[in-house]
Design a protein around this ligand. Structure first.
Ligand code: CA
Ligand code: CA
Length: 166
């Protein structure tokens, strides 16, 4: 009797583990082809990162640039923006700009958080971000620059990346 009970218990546990695994595996990661897990030796965890390389030329030098979104490793993953333009080849990091859907939106919708297109029709793409920081707050570094909205336009101007109100 004890053995049967143990077997039933084992099967129950096994079944629930298997169910969890199955559930986990069947949730598709959006834009999975751009997603990688990078180990962070400070946080001691893998951070989900979206790497968009060679898709846009933000600094208009004829060579494609890189845009990445680095996950914070939390249960509800928030991502911050990093941009590397080919003209200076250095990463500009925005560690206080958080979004939770760093996906390739094709157009502006109510839920678009990230979109790259030529918003001002000057022939060069800009980056749109609708940041979703805690309590809707605007990062201090942006407030000092006169930014009054969570909707940001990030563009390359006079040799550097600038952040403006959208
Ligand atoms: Ca470029
Ligand atoms: Ca433009």
């Amino acid at each position: 009797m004890k053995i049967i009970f143990s077997i039933i218990l084992f099967l129950t546990i096994y079944h629930s583990i298997k169910a969890q695994n199955t559930t986990y595996e069947t949730i598709p990661l959006p834009e999975a082809e751009y997603a990688v897990y990078l180990y962070d030796s400070n946080l001691l965890t893998d951070r989900l990162t979206y790497q968009y390389a060679n898709k846009w030329d933000i600094d208009n030098d004829g060579t494609m640039d890189s845009i990445s979104f680095i996950g914070n490793g939390g249960a509800h993953v928030y991502f911050h923006l990093e941009v590397k333009t080919s003209s200076d080849n250095i990463w500009t990091r925005f560690p206080t700009f958080y979004i939770d859907m760093p996906y390739l939106f094709k157009e502006m919708t109510d839920i678009t958080q990230f979109l790259v297109m030529d918003f001002d029709n000057d022939g060069v793409d800009e980056i749109y971000l609708d940041i979703d920081n805690p309590f809707g707050s605007i990062p201090e570094i942006l407030q000092k620059e006169g930014i009054t909205s969570n909707q940001l336009l990030i563009e390359f101007e006079d040799g550097k990346i600038r952040v403006k109100n959208f």
